[in-house]
Design a protein around this ligand. Structure first.
Ligand SMILES: *Cc1c(COP(=O)(O)O)cnc(C)c1O
Length: 435
């Protein structure tokens, strides 16, 4: 707990977040479990008193804060003195050498949320915020419509907080995502349909059951958690903004909130203003935002997803319009890559940096490579690529492309024969080696 938050609670200073506001038209709403404006039908967003934040925080108070997303509590929509802190956030920002060299970049950084806590994806950030707020609003059952990682995070963090939990997933998810949810013993509904159908069902359930759906009725609070991916990068770069970021797009929320995070750090005087270019990554089998970008449209046409990158397979992205706007006004790009390129992206990151990411990260690395090759990222730009999930959860995606171990007898000559053979073979042929 930081000094600033203690002061805030003991002196009863007004919280830093003040109301909800519609993204179009600025209609104000109270700080309840609401997510759509009844007048404009646009999404609701949390509004803050930036003077109050500026008075509470400095680089020093943040640095003295917890080693988690809660060091930025003044920028997050929670009142609790003890937010749910399972060590989420403050993941490594790795200065790349070998991937950078391979791509011909001079200043490449990898924000590694493949090792985020507790469930190894960036979703732990948004869920830590959403469930803290859910508890404040009096919800006892929490839920979500998930492409996989969100189910893992919601189930784990709900277990930690002692909240009842029921999650909804598409029935064709990777085994690791399903097991990684069931282990926390929530109720899991595997819906025979794609994510967009799961989401529609959840909207109906939410209206009827009064549960706290982290990414539906709690979405304004939930999505704020993604700002911490902007805050951390700025702090880890020595209180500076990068020149260019490359991030994956599912609903587009994460991407837009990194942008909001940077803006808020500028607004409160924590970093100097700078033009940051925002580039986004989608899988070709689900690329409604990339298509709109390339065709110069500012509306997103929904698609039916068909890609191995299931965690970012949202055919009807809620924040697509806002993501397009950011890409265009920051002189960025939104690009898509094939499933084969995604697998190559996963392998490239693993072989050059020792980071095993899931399909979403493979998508982002492959798009980074594509943008560099097309001259759309300058070699000198300080570029941050966001790796948002862990490869152990999507093993199916790479299983066929990594070869096999060499099985040998526990004898030196068996080892030596195998070593000899391995030098003459591509590793993919190893499975054919019988020693
Ligand atoms: C959910 C998810 C994203 C992107 O989410 P948005 O809906 O765009 O905020 C990116 N990567 C992974 C691994 C995810 O699970």
């Amino acid at each position: 707990m930081t000094q600033a938050t203690q002061t805030q609670t003991t002196t009863g200073l007004a919280p830093t977040f003040t109301h909800l506001v519609s993204k179009e038209g600025g209609v104000k709403y109270p700080l309840k479990a609401l997510h759509v404006c009844e007048e404009t039908f646009s999404p609701l967003e949390v509004a803050y008193d930036y003077d109050a934040i500026r008075a509470q925080v400095s680089r020093e108070t943040i640095e003295a804060g917890p080693n988690s997303i809660w060091r930025y509590k003044a920028f997050l929509p929670v009142n609790s003195e003890n937010p749910i802190d399972v060590g989420t956030g403050m993941t490594p920002l790795v200065k790349s050498t070998r991937l950078a060299r391979r791509l011909g970049l001079k200043n490449l950084y990898i924000k590694n949320d493949a090792v985020n806590m507790p469930t190894l994806s960036f979703k732990d950030r948004v869920v830590s915020v959403a469930l803290t707020r859910a508890r404040e609003l009096g919800f006892t059952t929490v839920s979500c419509a998930s492409t996989g990682n969100l189910a893992n995070s919601t189930a784990a963090i709900a277990a930690h907080a002692g909240l009842d939990c029921c999650v909804f997933i598409p029935s064709d998810l990777e085994a690791g995502k399903v097991l990684g949810t069931l282990i926390y013993n929530p109720t899991v509904m595997a819906v025979k349909g794609n994510y967009d159908q799961v989401n529609r069902l959840c909207c109906e359930v939410g209206n009827t059951y009064g549960w706290g759906f982290v990414n539906i009725n709690l979405r304004p609070y939930y999505s704020e958690g993604s700002k911490t991916l902007g805050f951390e990068v700025a702090e880890q770069l020595g209180w500076k903004l990068p020149d260019h970021v490359v991030a994956p797009l599912a609903s587009g929320s994460l991407y837009t909130k990194i942008y909001k995070g940077f803006q808020e750090f500028v607004k409160t005087g924590l970093v100097e203003d700078k033009a940051v270019r925002f580039s986004g990554a989608q899988a070709e089998g689900c690329s409604p935002i990339a298509s709109a970008f390339k065709e110069g449209r500012d509306f997103v046409t929904p698609v039916k997803p068909n890609t191995i990158a299931k965690s970012i397979a949202i055919g009807n992205p809620a924040d697509g319009y806002y993501a397009l706007d950011i890409a265009r006004k920051t002189n960025g790009n939104i690009e898509s890559v094939t499933d084969a390129e995604i697998v190559e992206g996963i392998k490239l990151l693993a072989e050059t940096e020792g980071i095993f990411t899931e399909t979403a990260g493979g998508t982002t690395v492959a798009v980074l490579k594509k943008l560099v090759e097309a001259g759309k990222i300058d070699t000198d730009e300080t570029t941050v690529v966001y790796i948002t999930g862990n490869g152990l959860k999507t093993q199916e995606a790479v299983q066929e492309y990594i070869g096999q171990p060499l099985t040998i007898e526990p004898k030196l000559d068996s080892f030596e024969r195998a070593l000899e053979r391995s030098r003459t073979l591509d590793r993919l042929d190893w499975q054919q080696v019988l020693v």
